[in-house]
Design a protein around this ligand. Structure first.
Ligand code: HAM
Length: 483
């Protein structure tokens, strides 16, 4: 008998069960179980619903959408301009994809992964970033046969179970650019340029570019040994986390935010001084290309990034102003070994991601412009049952012809509808009353001069279009980019 069942039997009246047969005990246990389940179900039903998004996750409300829309427009446009094709990969991947690519010893995998087993028994995780999924898709769909570099752009939510604070959420939105198949550092420079262009096009003009090279597996091994022996000699000055990092991920000690670790890191050996010839030349050429592009950069020897797949170039984009410099707006680097590690053919690659929430916080701080959608210049008012019905169709006719219209169909009185029209600041109101509905006409009221004219419904669309044109008002079309 299982542990649970024993508990239940104990709870049941012993007197009754002493003489019971095995069959009767099983029956009694089953009945008790059912009652317990029923009680639990009732209890669950009554549990109050917490009217709050989960910790570290936020609603993006309508008032914030103009910033999001601006971010979408700018990032998509630059992706197109620089030859990226869009790719969307699932929010969920097999967990071991992340363990292998990002690395078991990283904070992202070790502490922050939302992993779970599905009802079918698959071990999966919500993506904590996009590079691993995009690299998996690149291999799965044989994109290695495409002309190089294969440039892929994706955006979407990612999840990290981190401690939330301003600019650090558990659910956040990444804008991700990757390029596969090119090892020339000219591409590294171009990727840094794209990242900078995106941030500046969003109105964050002052940016700081930080670059570093962490070498390839060959030179990094020697460098790591050197670093570990230096750090071991100072281990009594390191925080608890860094003492552990010494074994699993020594490079991360360099970017620990604890004061005492920063002091140790300040005199640590630097990776750029220990690069092999190939990595040294790669880094030197990258810096020359950045000079050519007039992109001012800072070499940050402590920039190591938190994900294991990086090789050679790593970089981050920060706000250029002191107040905005709490956390990086974006970051990335080369990952020449990842595709092979995951089972594809050896493919050099580089990419970066920007965090939309952090971009938007900074856009607001510097008072960057957000996207202003078109506002309707026309209001459609109706009076009486028949007119109300007709106005529903008229609204749709206007919309099909690319004319933006506002309405307040739920209101009955003309006065209150005109009040709404005034509040919206429209240029004209179309009035459809009982008489007009019968005659097949519509009144056009000029909201500035107050003048009114009655026109036939059949000619209305053309007339409105003409009036809007004369007023220099853009007629809206689905494919019209009014940005
Ligand atoms: P990452 O530096 O981990 O890199 O993240 C990129 C950006 O995502 C950060 O610079 C930041 O703007 C944003 N971000 C990161 N964590 C959070 C958070 N908890 N809350 C809000 N925003 C956050 C990557 O993810 C790499 N996959 C980038 C890459 C692409 N490397 C090569 N290709």
């Amino acid at each position: 008998m299982g542990k649970d069942n024993k508990k239940i039997v104990k709870k049941l009246k012993p007197a009754k069960l002493v003489k019971a047969t095995k069959k009767e005990v099983v029956k009694a246990v089953k009945t008790e179980r059912k009652t317990k389940n029923r009680k639990e179900a009732v209890k669950k039903e009554l549990e109050p619903i917490v009217l709050q998004a989960p910790r570290g996750m936020k609603d993006i409300l309508p008032e914030d959408q103009p910033y999001w829309e601006q971010t979408r427009r700018v990032t998509e446009k630059l992706a197109r301009d620089y030859g990226f094709s869009r790719i969307d990969t699932p929010l969920v991947e097999f967990s071991n994809l992340f363990n292998r690519s990002i690395g078991d010893g990283t904070d992202v995998v070790e502490k922050e992964l939302y992993s779970f087993t599905t009802k079918g028994g698959d071990k999966v995780a919500l993506r904590p970033e996009m590079t691993a999924g995009v690299a998996r898709a690149y291999i799965q769909h044989g994109m290695n046969v495409l002309g190089k570099p294969v440039k892929l752009f994706s955006t979407g939510h990612v999840y990290r179970h981190d401690r939330p604070q301003e600019g650090r959420q558990r659910e956040f939105y990444q804008i991700n650019y990757e390029a596969f198949g090119e090892q020339d550092p000219i591409l590294d420079a171009q990727m840094i340029q794209v990242a900078t262009r995106v941030v500046q096009s969003l109105g964050i003009k002052a940016v700081q570019i930080q670059v570093n090279s962490i070498g390839c597996p060959v030179c990094r091994k020697d460098y790591k040994d050197l670093l570990v022996s230096y750090l071991e000699s100072k281990s009594n000055k390191l925080c608890v986390d860094c003492k552990r990092r010494l074994d699993v991920n020594p490079l991360r000690v360099l970017d620990c935010k604890e004061d005492k670790c920063s002091q140790v890191a300040a005199s640590a050996p630097q990776s750029v001084d220990h690069l092999c010839e190939e990595c040294r030349v790669h880094f030197k050429n990258l810096l020359e290309y950045l000079d050519e592009l007039d992109l001012p950069y800072t070499i940050n020897p402590r920039l190591v990034r938190g994900l294991d797949y990086y090789t050679k170039t790593v970089f981050e984009i920060w706000s250029g102003s002191e107040e905005g410099r709490k956390s990086a707006l974006g970051g990335g680097g080369r990952y020449d070994g990842l595709v092979k590690l995951l089972g594809g053919e050896a493919t050099p690659a580089i990419g970066f991601a920007l965090g939309a929430e952090r971009l938007i916080i900074e856009m607001k701080r510097v008072q960057a412009k957000s996207y202003k959608g078109l506002k309707p210049k026309i209001f459609l008012a109706q009076l009486g049952e028949m007119a109300k019905k007709k106005s529903l169709r008229l609204f749709s006719e206007l919309e099909k012809n690319g004319i933006l219209v506002a309405e307040s169909f739920g209101r009955g009185s003309l006065k209150s509808q005109l009040r709404v029209a005034n509040r919206l600041g429209v240029e004209m109101t179309l009035i459809l009353g009982q008489k007009e509905a019968l005659d097949g006409t519509v009144i056009i009221k000029n909201m500035i001069s107050g003048e009114q004219e009655t026109v036939s419904s059949a000619k209305l669309i053309d007339l409105v279009k003409r009036k809007l044109k004369n007023d220099n008002v853009v007629v809206y079309h689905d494919n019209h980019d009014n940005h």
